[in-house]
Design a protein around this ligand. Structure first.
Ligand code: GUN
Length: 283
């Protein structure tokens, strides 16, 4: 069996080209979409991601800025920063990079973001809209996976989608998006007993558990589509997915590599959400 290797870059390029055009149109109306990313602390990987987000937004013709805060920042100071961004008309999208230091209540911070600028789609109002099937900001990684499914014309309706991982960032919204498209959805997680029993039934398998190579050849259904959200770094700096790609690739019809799979889509959907925010604010 020869699998289609799904590179996020191929799908992302198409979307970024059309976003660039949309940004140009908005600029003619005097609106330059603006994205601010706030990062607290010194986590090296988070800093790299945040710079990539800023660069991608600038390359798409938007305004973008990273606000870097010291690890010792108080919760109140962070809430004040968000409050002023909420009131800044030149800013359409606000993203607070997670995780935050332990002394800051993450949920309180996410709930302080104006839902109309919540380009991560993490505010409970936007999560609620997703649950009831209303149009809203959709969390970027699951949204990117939906775009990849659509691009490769992989059927969703009536299919069994199994999601490993129940984070608010990926697993939970992923399941809801697939359910909204008439998949039968099973959530698995670190406490699931007999995991293989579920993964082997999956027509679409989304793995977002953050443990290198936990899914092997015996765990997947033949002919299925595999999306690997894993990003574990080895000591020598290599990136590994949650799926043992080399062993799985010959058994499935579609698979994302790590790196170069889903990663480029996450940032692209953030750009999409920021343009959408600028458009709705200006209406
Ligand atoms: N940390 C890891 N992924 C994400 C994401 O998609 N958004 C935010 N805000 N933080 C993250």
């Amino acid at each position: 069996m020869s699998a289609t290797i799904m590179y996020g870059k191929d799908v992302a390029e198409d979307i970024r080209n059309s976003l660039y055009q949309e940004v140009e149109e908005l600029k003619k109306e005097g609106i330059k979409p603006g994205l601010v990313v706030v990062i607290v602390g010194n986590d090296k990987a988070s800093k790299t991601y945040v710079r990539m987000k800023e660069k991608a937004a600038i390359n798409s013709g938007m305004f973008s800025k990273v606000i870097e805060k010291d690890e010792s920042l108080s919760e109140e100071e962070l809430l004040n920063t968000i409050h002023s961004l909420n009131n800044d008309n030149s800013i359409h999208g606000i993203l607070v990079q997670l995780p935050l230091p332990d002394h800051i209540d993450e949920q309180k911070v996410l709930e302080s973001i104006d839902p109309s600028k919540d380009v991560d789609g993490f505010h409970p109002i936007n999560i609620g809209r997703l649950m009831v099937g209303e149009e809203t900001f959709v969390p970027c990684t699951p949204y990117g996976i939906i775009k990849m499914l659509e691009h490769h014309k992989i059927p969703i309706e009536g299919k069994h989608a199994v999601i490993i991982g129940r984070s608010n960032i990926v697993g939970k919204p992923m399941g809801q998006l697939l359910l909204n498209r008439d998949a039968t959805v099973t959530y698995c997680h670190s406490k699931t007993a007999h995991l293989r029993q579920f993964t082997k039934q999956a027509d679409i398998l989304i793995v977002a558990i953050g443990k290198a190579h936990v899914i092997g050849a015996e765990d997947v259904k033949e002919g299925s589509a595999i999306f690997d959200v894993g990003n574990s770094f080895t000591e020598d700096g290599k990136v590994l997915g949650d799926v043992d790609y080399d062993r799985v690739v010959s058994r499935v019809n579609y698979i994302t590599p790590v790196p170069k799979g889903i990663g480029p889509m996450t940032i692209t959907m953030l750009l999409h959400n920021t343009v959408h925010a600028a458009k709705s604010i200006s209406k």
